[in-house]
Design a protein around this ligand. Structure first.
Ligand SMILES: [Zn+2]
Ligand SMILES: [Zn+2]
Length: 134
């Protein structure tokens, strides 16, 4: 058994896939219930809406989205990592994605732009799938 520090509260605990100590796991499960409950009523919710309604921290909600733990049909929006626009798939908005791709075309990636485009596309699909997964 390997010991590690809980990513949430820093308590020493047994290493496990969540990275959390048992009490934070319990708290996060309760938070997930609250978020799912809230999303049953919502067709579309932003990270901020969920946060305000449930009191669950943004980073916890994002962790749930990335793990595919939020299973409602609601479209969840969260800020683009580059400009802060609300997005519901991938890490950056379409506009920033275009900018990134056009930048990639002109800079050192020029020799293999297709490969970069392909991996950007794949990443978007992957995150979309995570969100959609039932
Ligand atoms: Zn903890
Ligand atoms: Zn953006």
């Amino acid at each position: 058994m390997k010991l590690t520090y809980c990513v949430e509260c820093g308590t020493l605990c047994v290493e496990n896939p969540t990275g959390l100590c048992p009490s934070c796991v319990r708290e996060e499960e309760a938070a997930e219930d609250r978020v799912s409950e809230f999303l049953k009523e919502q067709k579309r919710a932003s990270l901020e809406d969920i946060h305000k309604a449930t009191g669950v921290k943004h980073k916890v909600i994002l962790r749930m989205i990335k793990r595919g733990r939020i299973t409602a049909d609601a479209i969840i929006t969260y800020p683009c990592e580059t400009c802060g626009q609300p997005i519901s798939a991938g890490r950056v908005c379409d506009e920033c994605n275009k900018n990134i791709i056009s930048q990639l075309k002109t800079d050192e990636w020029q020799s293999q732009p297709d490969q970069r485009l392909e991996s950007a596309k794949n990443e978007r699909m992957y995150i979309k799938d995570l969100i959609k997964r039932k």
